[in-house]
Design a protein around this ligand. Structure first.
Ligand code: NAD
Length: 492
């Protein structure tokens, strides 16, 4: 029975009751998928699950729509609006899929098993076990890069997971309320209200923009006594922010930040972090280096990705991966080099593209098609084999059977002619604050650069249409309206 119809990505899906789903057939191959991010969920969305025994393993039992994560740090969007439970996604599949909320600690490609552990809060202990696979897809993403800089892990907030956004939101309000507390010294007020962002990639830029909006539109009105003290500083080691955007858009972003009173320090590399200060080395125009100390209340660290330990461990077990530094090297069909039955997608894979949601999503979709075709190939080969062996047994029907075989062979050739993965770049978008965005979009094979308020409307509509489900879409629109009409919620 169809319990409901919704819109998912680009197609209509059906919600099924578990009892209506096909029960996995143990004679089929076991396909284990690690992760519930962009790569793994895009694969699941389009995979014909009846062809395999599918097991999904991830410490996160939901998909997170990461492009809107910076908006959660200030309450423009509530966190649950951009989360989609994995169980809801799996319920839409024709054949049931097993899900284990656990983290993979190691992968043994020789024994073909994944070692997983569940850090159960309810039991207060750790359960470890092994899951065997015939085929494995790794989509575990990456962790935050800190480059071993002292103090970063202990004192800064990252911006990768939903918990990070919640932590930042609480910390902003903690800084504001503490600064407004009775008898604070002027130096302490300045420190508490200094919000420092390290990393001028899209994460750092979008967060700085959102933060300044929060201050201008809400904090300033509700806590006027600190209005002239709140400051946002963005620190970037390279000569400019947003290196993946065109020069024109970089200039636009930098001048908009100036108007918004966000301080940008380029050619400034953070070297050390303490609980109250950031120490950075700035390269002056004459080439001289100088150390600056920034006291801060909130420090957000957004300097890109690093390889997860489980991936490092797997790399060390595969001789063909000896030179892999940034993740698992994959071939043009996303097969992990040096293996035959392991594929990798998203930020943990090195396929020659930037580690973005767009790339991961397209890789997942590619693998779904590949696996659907592989299952179909097997089924067609089986049918051809059956028909060929019956050919001699029914001489009267030989011509009809031969035609049928030819038909299947034609289908088989079409499927086997699978093209390798090719990434099609749709463009880059970033919100830069005060209802403005920048966009480098591919349009009719050409590049279009756009910036400003109209681009912001485009940014909004693009992200709304990309939301995972109609439920997410409705919640995000509701949050936008709510924060516009009533202001953001300042409660901690
Ligand atoms: P990033 O890798 O794009 O940028 C990190 C920046 O931090 C770099 O510019 C680097 O020079 C700087 N940095 C590193 N160490 C530093 C130090 N010690 N001091 C000062 N600066 C330092 O990271 P990101 O913004 O988290 O993005 C990660 C990936 O996700 C990228 O591929 C990005 O394109 C993608 N992404 C895209 C969007 C979007 O399209 N809107 C949004 C978020 C992320």
């Amino acid at each position: 029975a169809i319990a409901g119809i919704g819109y998912i990505g680009y197609g209509v899906y059906e919600d099924r009751h578990p009892e209506d789903q096909i029960v996995p057939d143990p004679s089929k191959k076991t396909l284990v998928i690690l992760g519930t991010g962009w790569g793994s969920v895009s694969l699941l969305k389009r995979l014909d699950t009846e062809n395999y025994n599918v097991i999904v393993i991830s410490p996160r039992n939901y998909f997170l729509f990461t492009p809107l994560l910076p908006s959660c740090t200030t309450g423009t969007i509530e966190h649950r609006s951009i989360m989609e439970p994995i169980r809801t996604i799996l319920r839409q599949k024709k054949a049931s899929v097993r899900f284990y909320e656990a983290e993979a600690s190691s992968i043994d490609p020789d024994r073909k098993v994944v070692r997983i552990f569940d850090n159960s809060e309810i039991r207060g202990d750790i359960t470890e076990t092994e899951v065997p696979y015939d085929m494995l897809v790794i989509g575990v993403g990456a962790e935050n890069a800190t480059f071993g800089i002292p103090g970063v892990r202990d004192h800064s907030c990252f911006l990768k997971e939903i918990g990070d956004a919640q932590r930042i939101r609480k910390r902003i309000m903690d800084c504001v309320e503490t600064a407004a507390f009775k008898d604070q010294s002027p130096e302490e007020i300045n420190r508490l209200l200094h919000m420092v962002v390290v990393g001028g990639g899209p994460t750092g830029v979008e967060f700085a923009g959102e933060l300044q909006d929060f201050f201008e539109e809400d904090i300033k009105k509700l806590v006027p006594e600190i209005a002239d003290r709140f400051r946002v500083t963005l620190i970037e080691a390279l000569p400019n922010v947003l290196p993946m955007f065109s020069k024109q858009l970089i200039d636009y972003t930098e001048s908009t930040f100036k108007e918004e009173k966000i301080d940008i320090h380029t050619k400034t590399m953070v070297k050390k972090v303490t609980d109250k200060t950031v120490e950075a080395e700035v390269t002056r125009p004459d080439g001289k280096k100088e150390t600056i100390v920034f006291p801060y209340g909130l420090l957000v660290w957004a300097t890109g990705n690093a390889v997860r330990p489980v991936i490092k461990d797997l790399i060390s077990r595969i001789p063909a991966q000896a030179n892999s530094r940034r993740g698992l090297a994959v071939n043009e069909y996303l097969v992990v080099q040096g293996t035959r039955d392991i594929w990798a997608v998203g930020d943990c894979a090195v396929a020659g593209y930037a580690p973005t949601a767009q790339v991961a999503g397209q890789e997942g979709t590619f693998l779904a098609r590949l696996f659907n075709n592989m299952a179909m190939t097997e089924a067609l080969e089986g049918k051809i084999g059956e028909l060929s062996s019956s050919l001699n047994l029914q001489p009267g029907n030989a011509a009809a059977v031969s035609r049928e075989i030819e038909g299947y062979e034609r289908q088989l050739r079409r499927i086997k002619d699978a093209k390798p993965f090719h990434y099609s770049h749709q463009g880059s978008l970033a919100y830069i604050g005060s209802d403005k965005a920048v966009a480098d979009v591919t349009w009719f094979n050409g590049n279009v650069a756009a910036a400003g308020s109209l681009t912001y409307l485009f940014w909004r509509s693009a992200y709304i249409s990309m939301c995972f489900s109609s439920r997410n879409r409705l919640l995000v629109i509701n949050d936008w309206l709510k924060s516009k009409v009533f202001g953001r919620d300042l409660s901690r």
